[in-house]
Design a protein around this ligand. Structure first.
Ligand SMILES: NC(=O)c1ccc[n+]([C@@H]2O[C@H](COP(=O)([O-])OP(=O)(O)OC[C@H]3O[C@@H](n4cnc5c(N)ncnc54)[C@H](OP(=O)(O)O)[C@@H]3O)[C@@H](O)[C@H]2O)c1
Length: 291
């Protein structure tokens, strides 16, 4: 019989690609969603609808103990792409506590493995998001459930902000924009993860096939929208004061400011995988609407 995989964070950009890949490989997929109707609609950043890809729905809020108690019954393994990105929630409630609640249930149900998608260089980040992820990764390492920890570079979805800025006509980077990234498409990352699901426990850093500087990525975005590249370098010395001000606006704004500004100054390059190129993705996203 095919193994049953519980996917949490199934309705996000990566989660949808994971469900599609698991379904394509014949796994029995159980997906957690807050709304089945929304999950069966189109996904963010071109990720697929989950209609017809899920064998068994678990519908509920992951922060509700009634949702997580017993959620692993009948599942062989868990894959988690659960985390706060654009949602208005505290990363400690979702990235840490909600993942931990599912891990506790996985321990009770004695499942075969728990695969968690964290983030590259989580050990150095100071944002709430990264600290909450690091804390959960540590809880997972100490669990008796065999773990797989995936540390990806930035996703293509996150870089669509560059297209938004290019459409406006000006983009921004920190310093000279020489920070290097190896961004990865959700399809390539999902394949990498699902390849590892039946394998031995382990931890992997992973990036996409191209390594580019932030300036090069900006130029690709301007080229995709058909505009002349115009970008502004922000002095790195302004990051500290910006973080201080953002913290006083709200913890959420402070967290996002730290998360993104640290991302703009820290190289995020990992062993390459996949076949999808960011230049093609930018062109697809503009869908022939270049100026
Ligand atoms: N984006 C990147 O560049 C990047 C890079 C490295 C690592 N990561 C990590 O990879 C994971 C997946 O990223 P992604 O871009 O696919 O994120 P995403 O699109 O925002 O998906 C996050 C998932 O978590 C769920 N979730 C978030 N807050 C929730 C809440 N309050 N209650 C219930 N569910 C909630 C979302 O459910 P809803 O659909 O209902 O909101 C969604 O299924 C995240 O942990 C992220 O931090 C991302």
């Amino acid at each position: 019989m095919n193994e049953s995989i519980l996917v949490i964070g199934a309705t996000g950009y990566l989660g949808r690609h994971l469900v599609a890949e698991l379904h394509a490989r014949g796994y029995h997929v159980r997906a957690l969603a807050r709304s089945r109707e929304r999950a069966e609609g189109p996904g963010p950043f071109g990720s697929p609808s989950l209609a017809g890809l899920v064998d068994d729905w678990a519908v509920g809020d992951v922060t509700d103990p009634e949702t997580t108690e017993g959620i692993c019954d009948g599942a062989d393994r868990v894959v988690s792409a659960l985390g706060v990105t654009r949602q208005k929630a505290d990363p400690w409630d979702i990235d840490f506590r909600a993942n931990l609640a599912v891990l506790r249930d996985a321990e009770r149900a004695d499942i075969r493995s728990f695969c968690y998608v964290s983030v590259l260089h989580s050990e150095t980040g100071t944002s709430l998001t990264v600290r909450a992820k690091t804390a959960f990764a540590e809880a997972l390492r100490r669990s008796h459930v065999p773990h797989q920890l995936i540390n990806p570079s930035g996703y293509f979805s996150d870089l669509t902000d560059l297209l938004t800025m290019a459409r406006v006509g000006v983009s921004m980077h920190i310093g000279t924009g020489a920070t290097r990234l190896s961004p990865i498409h959700g399809i390539d990352l999902a394949q990498f993860i699902v390849d590892r699901v039946p394998d031995a426990p382990g931890e992997w850093d992973v990036g996409g096939p191209d390594t580019l500087t932030y300036r090069q990525l900006e130029n690709l975005a301007f080229s995709a929208v058909g505009k002349k590249a115009r970008s502004i370098g922000i002095a790195p010395s302004l990051l500290g004061p910006a973080g201080w001000i953002a913290d006083r606006v709200s913890p959420r704004i402070g967290n996002l400011t730290r998360f993104f500004s640290e991302g703009l100054v820290t190289d995020a390059v990992a062993p390459p995988t996949g076949t999808h190129h960011i230049a093609d993705y930018f062109r697809e996203q503009t869908n022939g609407t270049a100026a």
